[in-house]
Ligand binder design. Sequence first.
Ligand code: NAD
Length: 305
Amino acid sequence: MSTIAFIGLGNMGYPMSKNLLKAGYNVIGFDLVAENCNRLVSVGGQTAASIADAVAVADIVISMVPTGKHVRAVYEGPDGVLQHARPGTLLIDSSTIDVENSRAVSQAAEAAGFVMVDAPVSGAVPAAEAGTLVFMVGGTKEAFDRVVPTLTCMGTSLVHVGAAGCGQAMKICNNMMAGMSMVALSEALTLAERLGLDYQTVYDVVTKGSGNCWALQAYCPVPGPVPASPANRDYAAGFSMAMMLKDMLLSQSAAADVSTSTPTAASAAALYQKAVDNGYAAKDFSFIFNLVSGRTGVSNENASD
Ligand code: NAD
């Protein structure tokens, strides 16, 4: 079976690499945090001392790191993938990053003779654990066909959305909607509560009604209705506030690049910014309900002030 170098073993990378192990791949992981490397070893994986060591023996490289800056360092740094991977190694970046950096790394990979796709995911930690992620793949059709067998071990929906960078464009639009939905849901739950409705009733009706959405079903921001949601464990992050702010800001800079006005997303982005500025970066993004409902003492008025 092929060997995969998995770079970035955080909230998402760890469960994704576990599913690759389960499917029979040899997985050599690398993360800057030793504890994240150790947990891969505890489930049968191996780790390397550097990116260079991990990719030197790999047939496939998968990266799952926070931002465009991290992706560029992973691929283009002196210790990085492009310097040390073997010819023919297939490169897959599943991080969520801006289109510009994604295209720049793809071009550098192509210039160095590698085939690369951007393959960001939707579905968050529960889907990463269950192997039911949605992959949005940017790259050539030939590259897409080559990555399908590997991505199938981690996801159930794989869509070839266009050329290099298009996976990121798709992901940015998707997360812009998810970020706005969570704020909309938080406002509706706050209003419902003040009008005398209880959370479970709201959940039971809305999940069958026209207000239904992923934010409610998977990440319900109030304790109770969805046992697995972060609200039931003091908002320990599945998808952190900092990550959602990153994605909302990616949407705003992408919108500016193509002269597109997105006022509702801008307002939601300002609210996530306020949450991060007030010390809630590490909380799950659904903690935004607490700002919206006034529970933190931080005003939600004029969020961009
Ligand atoms: P995370 O912070 O939990 O994990 C990222 C990991 O990358 C960290 O462990 C960090 O140490 C590691 N890292 C950073 N630079 C590195 C380097 N140079 N070499 C090796 N490791 C490095 O983040 P996450 O939640 O797993 O998210 C990762 C990416 O996936 C982000 O781009 C995020 O937007 C995207 N994403 C996250 C979710 C989610 O629900 N958490 C869902 C979809 C997409």
